[in-house]
Design a protein around this ligand. Structure first.
Ligand code: BTN
Length: 256
C-alpha cells in the first residue's frame, strides 16, 4: 500500500508542526536528494516510497521494495561540529525505542548504528555531513527500515529480516515513522543537556560488548574482544597485544 502522507502529517506531535516535509513516490535516494538540494533547509524530512539508487554505508546499495518499508532522511543545519558524532547514538536509539515502545519488539544496536535481531538486520542508517564553517555543519540522517517486506534478494536474505517477519503482522508505517521522529527530535535536544543518558541507553542496547569479534576496517580485519564503545562513538578492541580504537568499520561476532 502507498505511504499515506496526509495521514502521517496528522500524527505528528505539535512541536514538529514546523518540520518541512517532502514526499516522493520514487526518487534516486533521499540522502542524495537532501545533500544536493539547492536550498538546504533546517529541519526537513524527505520520505520516499521507493528509491532507485538507495545507498548504504561503504558505498553499498540499499535495496527496498516499493510501498513496503520506510526510507527517509532528516536534514539539519547549523549543527555544532562537536555534536555530529552524537547522531550515531541518537539515531539508532530513536528507532530502537520507537519499535520497542510501540511494537513491543526488542532490537539490538550493532555498532555503529545497525539494528538487528538474532544477527539479522532490520534497519540501516547512513549519516552524512557537510561542513558549513569551522563551527557548524549540515547533517543528513538517512534511515532505512525493513517494515513489511517479506522477501529479500538472495545476496542479503540470510542476514536480513523485517518487522513483519518478526511480528507476524502488517505494521502501520505512518504511525511508526511519527514515533521515531518524536524520539529523534527529543534526543537531538538532549544532546547538549544530558548526553550521558543517551550514551548509557545506547550502550545498554549494544550488541557484542565483551565478546570476541572481528572488525573490518578499510581492507583489513582485526580480531579481539569488543572492550567498549566510548563516548566518542569509537569501538575499542582489545587485541592480544594492545587496545585499538575504530571510528568506523563493521563488526562480526566470532562464534567459538
Ligand atoms: C546501511 O545499512 O548501510 C545504511 C542504509 C541506509 C539506507 C537509507 S534509506 C533512506 C536513506 N537514503 C539512502 O539512499 N540511504 C538511506
Amino acid at each position: 500500500m502507498k505511504f499515506d502522507i496526509d495521514f502521517f502529517k496528522t500524527l505528528l506531535p505539535e512541536n514538529l508542526h514546523n518540520l518541512e516535509i517532502e514526499y516522493f513516490d520514487e526518487i534516486d535516494s533521499t540522502n542524495s536528494y537532501l545533500l544536493y538540494r539547492k536550498e538546504f533547509l533546517d529541519k526537513i524530512l524527505v520520505i520516499a516510497d521507493y528509491q532507485t539508487l538507495g545507498r548504504g554505508r561503504f558505498n553499498r546499495k540499499w535495496y527496498s521494495n516499493p510501498g513496503e518499508n520506510l526510507m527517509f532522511s532528516i536534514g539539519l543545519k547549523n549543527i555544532n561540529v562537536s555534536y555530529l558524532q552524537k547522531f550515531s547514538f541518537i539515531t539508532p536509539l530513536s528507532v530502537q525505542e520507537a519499535i520497542e515502545e510501540n511494537l513491543n519488539l526488542n532490537l539490538n544496536i550493532k555498532w555503529p548504528n545497525d539494528l538487528i535481531v538474532d544477527s539479522k538486520k532490520v534497519c540501516g542508517i547512513l549519516i552524512e555531513t557537510q561542513i558549513q564553517n569551522s563551527e557548524k555543519a549540515k547533517v543528513v540522517v538517512g534511515i532505512g527500515i525493513n517494515v513489511n517486506q517479506t522477501h529479500f534478494q538472495d545476496e542479503i536474505k540470510d542476514r536480513t529480516t523485517s518487522l513483519k517477519l518478526l511480528l507476524n503482522q502488517e505494521i502501520n508505517r505512518e504511525i511508526l515513522l511519527s514515533k521515531i521522529l518524536d524520539l529523534f527530535f527529543k534526543y537531538t535536544n538532549l544532546i547538549s543537556v544530558d548526553f550521558e543518558t543517551i550514551y548509557q541507553k545506547y550502550k545498554s542496547k549494544c550488541f557484542g560488548i565483551g565478546q570476541k569479534v572481528s572488525v573490518l576496517f578499510g581492507d583489513k580485519i582485526y580480531t579481539g574482544i569488543l572492550f567498549d564503545i566510548n563516548r566518542n562513538g569509537e569501538l575499542e578492541l582489545l587485541t592480544e597485544n594492545t587496545k585499538l580504537s575504530f571510528n568506523s568499520g563493521e563488526i562480526t561476532i566470532i562464534k567459538e
